[in-house]
Design a protein. Structure first.
Length: 79
């Protein structure tokens, strides 16, 4: 499976399918790795706008942000 994380400058709104072709992306073999990259992107002043997977996964900017907040809470709870 391949997952692509599309990113852009902080403050960028959600993207349309036409805009997607103009954005940078990075590919990963696992969804967890894609989320780790999305989290990293956020620490660099950019934002993950979309995660798409060959399996039909389609996560928007807001869904990614929610999943990362949930992931942070789980990690903090585990400590």
């Amino acid at each position: 499976m391949r997952y692509r994380v599309y990113s852009g400058p902080s403050g960028t709104r959600s993207i349309s399918p036409l805009e997607k072709d103009k954005l940078l992306f990075k590919e990963f073999g696992a969804l967890d790795d894609a989320f780790a990259w999305a989290q990293h992107v956020g620490t660099t002043g950019r934002v993950a706008l979309l995660i798409e997977g060959d399996d039909g996964t389609h996560l928007t900017k807001h869904e990614i942000a929610g999943a990362l907040r949930h992931r942070d809470r789980q990690e903090a709870f585990a400590q």
